[in-house]
Design a protein around this ligand. Structure first.
Ligand code: G3H
Ligand code: 13P
Ligand code: ZN
Length: 311
C-alpha cells in the first residue's frame, strides 16, 4: 500500500531502527528490492531522483511502483522524490502521486534554504504529502562540482540551527551532514569516521524528529571485488561500515539512503554474467541474476537497519 513516511518513521524512531530508502531506475531494481522486503516483512521507501525521472520517464517509474504496490499490497511503500532541486520538480512529483518529496536547497545560503523549503512544504502539505529537507552539506562528488558552497569540504549540520530550521520550515524529516558522502569513494582522506557526537546533539535537541542519512552505502567489498575481477576499475572504493549504520539507526536516523550499493551489486553481477557466458545475448540471462543479487543485498541491508518484521 502506498503510504507517506509518518507512521513508518514513528515506528522506526520508537523501535530504534531505520527504514531503507533505495534509489530506483528500472524494473529489475524495483523487483529485487520488493522481493527482499516481501521475504523479510519490511516497509520500504522507493526513491526517484531527477536523473531517474529523466532516464526512465516519470510515468514509467510511477507505473512500475504502482505495479509493485499491487503485487505486494501488505507492504507499506513510500514513493519519494530524492534530492528535489527546486519547487517545480517537487510540485511535479506531488502532482504525479508521490507520497513524499525532498527539497534539497542545502547548498544555498541558510535563509534561502529556509524559504525554498517552506515553499515546498506549503504546497506538499496542502496535498497531504510529506517533505524531507536538508541542512548542512555532504562532502563529495555532489558538491565538488562547484555548483554550491561546499567545494569538497562539506559543512556539518549545526544542532541549534537544525532546531530553528525545522521550526521555521515545518519539514517532516531532516537530512543531516555528519561525514557521509555520495558515491563509491567515501572517506578518501582516511579511516571511516562519522560525527556521532553531533548526531546525538541533534537528536537531543529535536526529540522524536526523524533524521535522514544520505550517502549511507557500505560500498560492499564483495561487489567492488566482483566489478574489478570482471573488467571494472574501481580502485580504493570505500563506504560507511555497517556498524556505523546500525549505530545511526539507534540515534534518531529513521531513513538510510542507498543507491551506490544497488549499482555495485547490479554492475558486478552483469559483468560476471557477460564474461562467464560470452555467447549469450539474451538480456534476461544477465538482468535476472542482477535482480537476484539486488534482492540478496537488500535483505542483508534490511537486517543491518533492523528493518525486519516491521509490518
Ligand atoms: O544522491 C544521489 C543518488 O545516488 C541519485 O543519483 O542523481 O545519479 O540518479 P542520480
Ligand atoms: P550512496 O551513494 O551512499 O548510496 O547514497 C545515496 C543517496 O544518498 C541518495 O540520496
Ligand atoms: Zn542523497
Amino acid at each position: 500500500m502506498l503510504v507517506d513516511t509518518k507512521e513508518m518513521f514513528k515506528k522506526a524512531y520508537e523501535g530504534g531502527y531505520a527504514v531503507g530508502a533505495f534509489n530506483v531506475n528500472n524494473m529489475e531494481i524495483i523487483q529485487g528490492i520488493m522481493e527482499a522486503c516481501n521475504e523479510l516483512n519490511a516497509p520500504v521507501i522507493l526513491q526517484i531522483s531527477k536523473g531517474a525521472r529523466e532516464y526512465a520517464h516519470p510515468l514509467y517509474l510511477t507505473k512500475l511502483i504502482e505495479a509493485a504496490i499491487e503485487q505486494y499490497p501488505h507492504i507499506p511503500v513510500a514513493m519519494h522524490l530524492d534530492h528535489g532541486p527546486d519547487f517545480e520538480l517537487a510540485k511535479a512529483s506531488v502532482d504525479d502521486g508521490y507520497s513524499s518529496v525532498m527539497i534539497d536547497a542545502s547548498h544555498d545560503p541558510y535563509e534561502d534554504n529556509v524559504r525554498r523549503t517552506k515553499e515546498v512544504v506549503d504546497y506538499a502539505h496542502s496535498k497531504g504529502v510529506v517533505v524531507e529537507a536538508e541542512l548542512g552539506q555532504l562532502i563529495g562528488e555532489q558538491f565538488d562540482a562547484g555548483e554550491g558552497g561546499a567545494m569538497g569540504e562539506g559543512i556539518y549540520t549545526d544542532p541549534d540551527q537544525a532546531v530553528e530550521f525545522v521550526e521555521r520550515t515545518d519539514c517532516d524529516s531532516l537530512a543531516v551532514a555528519i561525514g557521509t558522502s555520495h558515491g563509491a569513494y567515501k572517506f578518501t582522506k582516511g579511516e571511516p569516521q562519522l560525527d556521532f557526537e553531533r548526531l546525538e546533539k541533534i537528536t537531543e535537541k529535536l526529540p522524536n524528529f526523524p533524521l535522514v542519512l544520505h550517502g549511507a552505502s557500505t560500498v560492499i567489498p564483495e561487489f567492488v571485488a566482483l566489478c574489478n575481477e570482471y573488467g571494472g576499475d574501481l580502485p580504493n572504493a570505500k563506504g560507511v561500515p555497517e556498524d556505523m549504520i546500525s549505530r545511526a539507526a539507534k540515534l534518531g536516523v529513521c531513513k538510510v539512503n542507498i543507491d551506490t550499493d544497488l549499482r555495485l551489486a547490479m554492475t558486478g553481477t552483469i559483468r560476471k554474467e557477460l564474461v562467464d557466458n560470452p555467447s549469450n545475448f539474451d538480456p534476461r540471462k544477465y538482468l535476472g541474476p542482477a535482480r537476484t543479487a539486488i534482492k540478496d543485498m537488500v535483505k542483508h541491508k534490511l537486517e543491518i537497519l533492523g528493518n525486519v518484521n516491521r509490518i
